[in-house]
Design a binder for this molecule. Structure first.
Ligand code: GLY
Ligand code: MN
Ligand code: MN
Length: 432
């Protein structure tokens, strides 16, 4: 309300989406609505009147039929204490409430669904949907202690599930059995939603960045990459670990893993207030280029390897992204957007600030589509030893991903504590 004092603010929660006949998809509240209200039920609305400083939550009127099939849903009196909203009414009062509240306003900050739902009551007000979305995105970028508590809990549960997987995975299992181990541990901890579809990728599948089939058999000698996290009251954990299906890393796996691990640790340490996110990504590219040059996969100067994009053949994604109610949690809001100070294209360009939660997830992959592209082979023939790189195709990929929070000074707080040192992983794998 302080941010947008000159308009009526109206936000709609998510609606049930039918999957077929009378069965709905699993409901998950829209993140902006969850952010402002904490309400996890469908079909609600929020009306904020900045001039009169009032907030009103609107709930759907639940009939007996609904109670027969769905059981208890909080009514207005219960919702007041549950969600801490001073006024709670039923949705059928919304048009009249808007008409009363709109006096003295010329504009309405309402999301698209609210315009659709309350079009006639809002008629004549200037439409400013994007401004509302941007204002919420800007607020969501800096986490409160309460939000961080939930993110830390999502990390504790997901971390436990990752280490359980490291102890119990065996050659001969299918990727989906590993997924089942991970997800069962999350459900057992009382959580209902994963933060995103789990990626469980053995061997070559590790080189498919958003691999989802999760149905291949695990073989001795392969690496297993698992990128999975749970959400707690909407707040995501996004964690990746890569470990050997056998009890030890092979020398080749160890070399690649060490390049990624050293890069990840240096990038975590570098994540301080004021660091530009594009410069941060370039730092990760430089470290990976340096490591792959030591392994004789790349040759030439680090500057050139970064500027020509040669290193992107092995590392074709960013160092990380904002994290929160969404696993890719917006871009920080328009006011934070900065020109990119580097020559490398990146999605999110802003300076890191205290209270931002971001992932740190460098990786090295051996991707058939890139290493066997005639165009890229021509372009990078002096920089990449393609013959040598082909010998790594079976290794797939290594990614290591932690979730951190930028502090006012010094290194960030790391929310993720899952084994990632080679010795610690091999200790968990002992006896397989
Ligand atoms: N799990 C999706 C990502 O790492 O961005
Ligand atoms: Mn991520
Ligand atoms: Mn991830």
């Amino acid at each position: 309300m302080r941010r947008l004092p000159d308009g009526l603010i109206l936000l709609s929660g998510g609606k049930e989406i039918p999957r077929n006949y009378d069965v709905n998809y699993v409901f998950r509240q829209h993140s902006n609505f969850l952010y402002l209200t904490g309400v996890e039920e469908p079909d609600c609305h929020l009306l904020l009147d900045p001039k009169r400083r009032t907030s009103t939550l609107f709930l759907p009127r639940i009939d007996e039929h609904h109670r027969v099939w769905e059981g208890h849903v909080p009514g207005p009196a219960e919702a007041k204490t549950l969600y801490g909203v001073p006024r709670v009414l039923y949705c059928d009062a919304l048009p009249a409430e808007i008409k009363r509240a709109r006096k003295g306003y010329r504009r309405a900050y309402a999301d698209a669904a609210s315009w659709k739902h309350s079009g006639s009551a809002l008629k004549g007000l200037h439409k400013a949907s994007l401004t509302l979305e941007d204002a919420i995105e800007e607020l969501r970028t800096i986490k409160t202690p309460g939000e961080l508590e939930r993110m830390a809990e999502a990390n504790r549960i997901s971390g436990r599930a990752h280490e359980l997987v490291m102890r119990q995975t065996r050659a001969g299992m299918r990727e989906y059995e590993v997924q089942a181990l991970f997800e069962a541990e999350c459900l057992r901890s009382g959580q209902r939603h994963l933060a995103y579809p789990s990626i469980v990728a053995a061997g070559k599948n590790g080189a498919v960045l958003h691999y989802r089939r999760n149905d291949a058999k695990l073989k001795k000698g392969q690496l297993l990459l698992i990128d999975a996290g749970v959400e707690v009251r909407g707040y995501a954990a996004d964690i990746t670990r890569t470990f050997p299906v056998s009890s030890r890393f092979s020398p080749k796996q160890r070399d690649v893993y060490s390049v990624v691990l050293e890069t990840q640790k240096a990038c975590i340490d570098a994540a301080r207030p004021g660091l530009n996110s594009a410069a941060w990504h370039v730092l990760s590219m430089r470290l990976i280029a340096d490591g792959l040059r030591d392994m004789k996969l790349l040759r030439g100067s680090i500057d050139e390897l970064v500027e020509t994009g040669a290193v992107r053949l092995f590392y074709p994604h960013g160092i990380g992204h904002l994290l929160g109610l969404d696993v890719h949690d917006g871009l920080g809001g328009k006011r934070r957007k900065k020109p990119n100070p580097t020559k490398v294209p990146v999605r999110f360009v802003a300076d890191l600030e205290p209270g931002m939660a971001v992932t740190v997830e460098p990786g090295v992959y051996f991707i058939d589509a890139l290493l066997n592209s005639p165009r890229l082979r021509r372009k990078h023939r002096d920089q990449v030893d393609f013959t040598r790189a082909e010998r790594f195709l079976d290794l797939g990929g290594v990614r290591i991903e932690d979730d951190i929070v930028v502090r006012p000074s010094g290194p960030p707080r790391n929310l993720t504590s899952v084994a990632k040192e080679i010795g610690d992983i091999e200790a968990l794998r002992r006896g397989v």
